[in-house]
Design a protein around this ligand. Structure first.
Ligand code: NAD
Length: 389
């Protein structure tokens, strides 16, 4: 019978947890023993009693939780020291942040763990339930609008009152992936006038279906700016110039801008220059969801709110973590769907990993002491990380 262990997060600012009472119950039903560190779910309001009731054993301290475990689940990358007691060749699945602290990752790999990075989940239909980028980005897109509206010194919806009309706020969403779509929907629900831009042509219809207006230079290059995997391509210098001009004019009249633009494996593209921030009205807000990858705005600082010439630029890198209850429930379900693939259904509670499965191959980062993922072993593996801390 395998043991699944969930130690508390090493980073105390992380409120999310990798196991919910719901998934503890499901893992137990699969024939696994589940161990969780006391207090691990506190940030998400899952109590030790909830876990016990779901069939998990609550242990004091990380060492007792991890001891002899076959599978360790966490939100962020745990330290090598904290996993020392796990079984030889144990599975670790987490949001690994594989491009940062490469030496630390190599150290973790050396211990012989089978390390899986949930961010590398292939975007195939079968893996949608395991897609942590989507589950967390959706919440982040919602929270970005909520934070911006709370910080904004005006109302979002239009209001007709006896004392006169309050105009609707103008909200502009840059980058219409999972986070951007949820940001559009949230801003619309709050009554704002919403516009959005993206370099992928397929987003135009999605924006319009949410009753927002699409803004972009729609030339021949734009029509081909999407990879077969559905991601954005790096655009040419000429396109970027044309698009920047159009966006610069639009930005001046906006009250709130939410930026979410990312290109896999690269630093975030800069879409808002200092001059563009200066052109905005005092009291305007920018929420930069790309802050962790360097930011879409020139003045963004990761995990800080910068006041620049009357404009607030918010660079929180873990907005999903601020909705820890929902974020943990969804993340725990992503992990459950993933680990379920590795558990033998006939010999209940035994590990049976199919190394040829695209989902396993796509997410496997280290095995037998070595880094094995092509994005980490290729000579020019790009970081894209770092933010302007
Ligand atoms: P992402 O986080 O990589 O990027 C966010 C958005 O920024 C994207 O829409 C991208 O086109 C846009 N962008 C990049 N450069 C830009 C620029 N210079 N200007 C404006 N916008 C720019 O994207 P994501 O949220 O991960 O989603 C990417 C795609 O993958 C979407 O089509 C999404 O629906 C799809 N998806 C598929 C699955 C699946 O099939 N399992 C799961 C999740 C997402």
């Amino acid at each position: 019978m395998i043991t699944i262990a969930v130690p508390a997060e090493g980073d105390k600012s992380e409120q999310r947890v990798a196991l919910s009472p719901e998934t503890a119950k499901k893992f137990t039903a699969l024939g696994a023993k589940v161990r969780v560190q006391a207090g691990a779910g506190a940030g998400a309001n899952f109590s030790d009693a909830d876990y016990k009731q779901a069939g998990a054993k609550v242990e004091k301290g990380a060492a007792a939780t991890v001891k002899g475990a076959d599978i360790v689940l966490s939100v962020r990358r745990p330290s090598a020291a904290s996993l020392k007691g796990a079984a030889k060749g144990a599975v670790l699945a987490c949001i690994l942040d594989p491009f940062s602290d490469k030496a630390g990752l190599a150290g973790l790999a050396k211990g012989g763990l089978k390390i899986f990075s949930m961010e590398f989940m292939p975007r195939i239909t079968r893996a949608q339930s395991m897609d942590v980028l989507s589950s967390q980005a959706n919440l982040a897109g919602y929270k970005a609008v909520i934070n911006a509206s709370a910080h904004f010194g005006r109302a979002l919806p239009m209001m007709m009152t006896a004392a006169g009309t309050v105009p609707a706020a103008k909200v502009f969403i840059m980058g219409v992936g999972v986070a951007g779509l949820q940001a559009i929907a949230t801003a619309r629900r709050l009554g704002a006038v919403v516009t959005a831009t993206d370099v992928r042509p397929s987003t135009k219809e999605q924006v319009e279906s949410l009753a927002a207006k699409f803004i972009a230079v729609e030339d021949e290059e734009f029509k081909k700016a999407e990879t077969s995997a559905g991601y954005a391509k790096e655009m040419s210098v000429t396109y970027k110039k044309k698009q920047a001009k159009l966006i610069a004019e639009h930005v001046q009249s906006q009250d709130i801008i939410i930026t979410t633009a990312l290109i896999p494996g690269r630093p975030a593209p800069e879409l808002i220059s200092k001059a563009m921030v200066e052109s905005m009205k005092p009291g305007s807000i920018i929420v930069d969801l790309a802050a962790e990858r360097g930011g879409n705005c020139a003045v963004t600082r990761a995990d800080a709110t910068v006041e620049y010439k009357g404009v607030s630029v918010m660079g929180n890198t873990n907005l999903a973590g601020d909705l820890a209850g929902n974020a943990s429930s969804l993340y725990a379900r992503n992990l459950y769907a993933f680990i379920d693939l590795m558990i033998d259904k006939e010999k209940k509670g035994q590990l049976a990993i199919d190394w040829e499965d695209d989902v396993i191959k796509g997410t496997l980062v280290a095995r037998d002491g070595k880094l094995v993922h092509p994005m980490l072993t290729a000579k020019k593996a790009k970081t894209g990380k770092g933010g302007k801390k």
